[in-house]
Design a protein around this ligand. Sequence first.
Ligand SMILES: *Cc1c(COP(=O)(O)O)cnc(C)c1O
Length: 416
Amino acid sequence: MSAQQKFYYFDNNATTRVAPEVVDAMIPFLREMWGNPSSAYSFGAQVHGHVEKAREQVAALIHADPKEIVFTSCGTESNNSAIHSALATNPTKKHVITTAVEHSANMNFGAYLEKRGYEVTYLPVDSDGHLDLGLLDKSIRPDTAIVSIMWANNETGVIFPIEEIAALCRSKGVLCHTDAVQTPGKLKIDVKALGVDFLSLSAHKLHAPKGIGLLYVKRRTKFQPYVIGGHQERGKRGGTESVANIVAFGRAADLAVATLDDENTRVRALRDRLENFILTNIPNTIRNGAKEPRLPNTMNICFEFIEAEAILLLLDGVGICASSGSACTTGSLDPSHVLSAMGLTPMRARGSVRFSLGIYNTEDEVDYLIKHLPGIIAKLRAMSPLNPSHPDNDQYDVEGAREKHEKDLAEATAKE
Ligand SMILES: *Cc1c(COP(=O)(O)O)cnc(C)c1O
């Protein structure tokens, strides 16, 4: 058993395994080529070349010009930077439009802006998680500086029509940003076809390390840096370049292009098999969010009458990783703001679990999940005071399953 098989990872929207080829690509920049790319001597300059090669690789992933790429520390920084720049370069405009289902990077930046005297409109969604573009149209005002709307939702996988949204913004002369963090390797990304002014990515969602992201800034867009310092990134972002992470991001961008087909065929089929199994074999389950258009790897399911936290705990006991809402809200008892915005009752929102698959998931792993999940749900429902019809199928042996998993782990570790 390899180290990768000790747990069953179905939480690829939270973060992803760093691909082995990505690790290989970055190691020389930790061991030997650790110079500063801005230094004049050749030990630094040689590193500069590798940063620029990575810039070309990530630019190719999104069909941008390498000059339009600004490396940042993460997706959160990229989102914050785009909105900050739009407001700073349009000082008379004090209004921002986003949606009620964004990542906390936008939700909490919006709250911060409101405290500083800006106005933020959070567009609602319907029960499928879809936006009303007519409402977006009506919400754009003469003092709107930017519209920032995610491309694909990290909790439900629901995809917004960014091309149409960007066209609407263009027709009204308003800047348009999209948080595309969940899309690489899943959707084809062409910034020219999308027509956005800004686009955010984060490397750890595409099999590269945490702590590196990018902001695409369309040519000739006025830009005010968010991180102010040296002249790195053509003056758009201060701070010495995170060379090893940038090189890793570049390699992962190539990988995302190469695995797009696998994600949309094999991974999609695994997801669909899992989803169909749950919806047809486990009673009182509901898919949250539209079936299509949706990311090929994501599913969000409400298990009525029980708490997702309890499901996740029992899944964890047998080595299965999944999540409720986003990793950023774990530990808070508030129901997911995304599911709440879709009109789910707090009880249904709190009973919802996200499974997000990836290129390293196998048929066997899905079999394993399918083997354990129905028993776990039945067990919890049998104990739930909320359940109107206590099922008698509570035969699942929680303790036994956990002990067996631990024994398997111990044996696998001993063999290594
Ligand atoms: C993960 C995520 C982010 C944040 O990216 P970080 O690099 O972790 O800051 C932003 N938006 C979406 C949709 C995400 O899934």
